[in-house]
Design a protein around this ligand. Sequence first.
Ligand SMILES: Cc1ncc(COP(=O)(O)O)c(C=O)c1O
Length: 418
Amino acid sequence: MTTHVPPPLDWVKNQCSETPDDCQALNRLKPQAITPVARQFHRQLDGYRMSPLKSLPGLAAMLGIGGIWVKDESERLSLNSFKVLGGSFALYQYLRKRLGIRDRELTVSELKSEAAQQQLGDICFATATDGNHGRGVAWAAMELGFDCVVYVHERTSKPRIRAIEEYGAQVHVIPGTYDDAVRQVIRDAQINGWQVISDTSWDGYEDIPNWVMQGYTTMMAELQEQLAGQGIVQPTHVLVQAGVGALAASVIGYYQGLFGNSRPTTVVVEPNKAACLFESAKAADSHSHSVGGTLNTIMAGLACGDPSPIAWNILEHHADFFLSCPDFIAAKGMRVYGVPVANDPFIVSGESGAVTLGALMFICECASLADLKAELALDATSQVLLINTEGNTDPQNFRRVVWEGGNPVPANYRHTLG
Ligand SMILES: Cc1ncc(COP(=O)(O)O)c(C=O)c1O
């Protein structure tokens, strides 16, 4: 008797992925026009350099696909995550607007000048985070000479909190989830006169999260340059992880803007304990849907129950597939990055960074996902792009998974390569 093994992950094909003639959310993101501005700003930051693009030919051959490309954000500006690109650019845009400058860009030295600082006065920036965004905003506030308050939820690990405090921010621990921390910081900012720099949006608060998404496109511009250097015009597939969806919307919106409907096939990847975009796509009613509960996943950066509306407005039309993954998929990704095949490079990848590699492996290896592999048309001609969005941002959990084998792959799903 053969026992039925359910697929290791759930997936849904987007039913609304037809491109409208005029996608307002995409026009607003305007990646092509804004990306050089974001990149020019980031270039001036202390310690800026392009994050590496790494190729995993050994693993690609093992999985029967043409290539795997990893944009490795694990050492971005020494903060171990791509997130700082968004928070810092939003701060820049906010300060430029507050200085009343609309017709030109500012240099970072101008922003830091005594004249600008006097005109701006004391500003305290505030944000809610599950770790990486708050760290990036704290770093940028400190770099530019401002105070910062960061709200984290009760399950945020001590190392993540310390990593934020290291940049001079005051950290407040809030009962509940990331979404509760967002609601609380909005209320407290109003009382205290703080300026919220959020990566998620809500009714009437869209400019700043849009700037955050625009900031992420620096990474995309670097990546396209690096791919071109390898003779690749664009990847055939992009797997991108999502919390509130801002990164995924930025990446997918960037490609939609650049290549229109000949863009890569796009796959949004979430933890199954916080799969709000997956559930929204499944509902197929063009609304975004929240998920509740404790959102208790090892993928701390993706533990968000409320999608960002401005991100959803892009994803609902331009993302092709949505995946919902258990934690062991991320854990497998971390270990595979850390112990690569043959001569592939070693990559340090945290829980949220590694889930897309884990998902790709299960899609290629598992008979129960053969239908998804076929829908995606993953084969020997595919050039798959993954973004390692974080390095070792939580050393205790990193060691629990990588050293001690935490969140093991269940026996049913092992040795599928034969
Ligand atoms: C490491 C990492 N990857 C991916 C994401 C997802 O980004 P978003 O919340 O914009 O979907 C986050 C968010 O904090 C993150 O920290």
